[in-house]
Every structure is written in C-alpha cells, then in structure tokens.
Ligand binder design. Structure first.
Ligand SMILES: [Zn+2]
Length: 300
C-alpha cells in the first residue's frame, strides 16, 4: 500500500463516530476496552515494550500489545480496528528510530493521545545523514538501552497519572535492577570469549557494540524477510571459515534452512539467537538469557 492510500484509510477511520467503539468494545476479543475505567489505557507496539509496560504499570494500567503474538513487527501495518483502539488510548508506546513506520500517518491524522518514543535519550551513532541507509532500530537488544526505554515508559506513566507516580517509579526500579543483573551476567560471561558471531538479520549491532563483539549477518539488510543470495551465502561461508566459526545463528520465526546450508558447509551447527521480535514464550529476560547461553556455546 502506498502512503497515499494509507493516509486515505486512516482519514476515513478518524471520521467514524466514537459511538462505534461501544459496538467494538462489547465483542470478546483480547483487546477489550473498558471505557469507564480510570486505569491508564496503554498500547505498546511490540512485545518487549509490552512487557516493560506491564512490569511498570502492573494492575494500575490496561496494557495492550498491538502487533499480535507470533507476528513479525518490521513490516507490520495496523488494521482499521487497531487504529480505532489507538484512538481511545491514553498512551502509545513505540520503539522509535523508524521501527513503527505507520506512526507518521497516525500523527498527521489528529491522533489525540500521547505517543511515547522510548528511544528518546538514546544517542546512537547514525551514519552520514546524506546517505539513505535505513537507521537501525534494534535498541531493545542492548539491555543498557532497554533500561532507558523502561525509564522513558515509567516517566510517561507518571506524567499521565501523577497520583501513582511513586508506584510506577518503584516498579521501574525493581525491573531496572533485573536488567542490571542481566547486563552484568552478559558482560561477565562473554568477557573472556571470542568475539565474531553470525546472526541471521542485522539485529545485534547495539548488543555487539555494548559487549565488544563483532556481528556478521546472513541477510545483509536489516529486513528479516530478505533473501540470502548465492553471493551472500558464499561470502558468509568464507567469513565463517576465516574466523573459525562453527555456530550459525537462526531466529525462531525464520526457516532455519538458510542457516543450515551454511552450517553444513563448515561442519557447524545452527542455534537460535532471538531478536525478540516474534516472541512465543518466556520473557525479555529469559529470552535474553537463552541468547546468552547460545552465544556462550558459539564464542566460549
Ligand atoms: Zn529486526
């Protein structure tokens, strides 16, 4: 869909009278909206942010996950129902850095709620702004940046619901302590290991930077649906040979065949390194810990 027709669709949605929400909210979907509630209505764009919001807001917010479980968020677009839900929410929590490519359309169409860009305050080295490279949105995979995202969410909840400020901030502190422990564990356990690993798509740059690792990728763009060409496969196989790499990573939501082809060439093995984009089980911390275990098998 081009931007024009997206705009047209969102424009149509916005003139739908508010009365239609009553009809929608009476259906039994998991995204029930109770309009009379005094709880903050919070929508998070994808899984890690939803989990952060739940940990900070607990029973004082109604937290909704926008991109459904099992769906890959990179190229996802909201449906008409999704936009209706967004229109009656207090806060929309986004990753930012271009990850939610639908947000500009929402802003241009008189969205009344607050959009919380959790990347705010995270200073990343962007490439020369004159080139057209896509910015890298994968900040949540660096626990140090994830902590800033958590704090941004806690501050947004506190601003929108000041009487519960202490509650949100102390829940955030508790969660930040867990993230500190995770960060420390990754730092300690990878510190004396080798540094080159082959991820599936370009999701671990910030993670690699934080822990002094070198990410190589099978798919050269940061599009997880990208195809590996014969040329990229050939290149990554020779990289693996040069660097003595024997673990090739895949992701839980992609066909492991591509990684397996490379692993077969080098007599290696495929393991999962999850970008936590399509989460099916566990939590941010348990999935990141699993990533650490698999990285240790590859690097230590
Ligand atoms: Zn990604």
């Amino acid at each position: 869909m081009n931007n024009h027709s997206k705009l047209a669709i969102i424009a149509i949605i916005i003139v739908i009278p508010v009365a239609s929400f009553a009809v929608y909210s009476s259906d039994s979907s998991q995204r029930n909206i109770t309009l009379e509630t005094t709880k903050l209505q919070v929508i998070s764009s994808f899984y890690p942010l939803h989990e952060f919001s739940q940990n900070i807001g607990k029973e004082k917010v109604d937290a909704v996950l926008l991109v459904p479980i099992g769906v890959e968020p990179h190229d996802w677009e909201p449906t008409i129902k999704d936009v209706q839900i967004m229109q009656v929410s207090d806060l929309i929590i986004i990753n930012g850095i271009g990850f939610e490519n639908w947000i500009d359309n929402l802003e241009e169409n008189n969205f009344q709620g607050i959009i919380v860009d959790t990347s705010s305050g995270i200073l990343i080295n962007l490439d020369n702004e004159n080139n057209n490279e896509i910015e890298d949105p994968h900040i949540w995979l660096n626990p140090v940046y994830a902590k800033i995202q958590v704090q941004n969410i806690a501050n947004a909840f506190s601003n929108s619901d000041p009487k519960n400020q202490k509650y949100y901030q102390s829940n955030a502190e508790e969660y930040l302590e867990q993230l500190d422990l995770l960060d420390l564990k990754i730092r300690n356990e990878l510190s004396s290991c080798t540094s080159d690993f082959i991820a599936f798509h370009d999701a671990f740059s910030y993670f690699a930077e934080e822990y002094d690792l070198n990410q190589h990728t099978i798919i050269s763009s940061n599009d997880p649906h990208g195809e590996a060409t014969a040329k990229t496969l050939e290149n990554i196989i020779s990289t693996a040979r040069e660097l003595n790499i024997n673990i090739i990573f895949s992701e839980e939501s992609v066909n492991p065949k591509t990684s397996q082809i490379i692993a077969n060439e080098i007599n290696g093995k495929v393991l999962v390194l999850s970008p936590l984009e399509v989460i099916s089980e566990g939590t941010y911390i348990s999935q990141m810990t699993k990533n650490l275990e698999n990285l240790k098998e590859a690097l230590c």
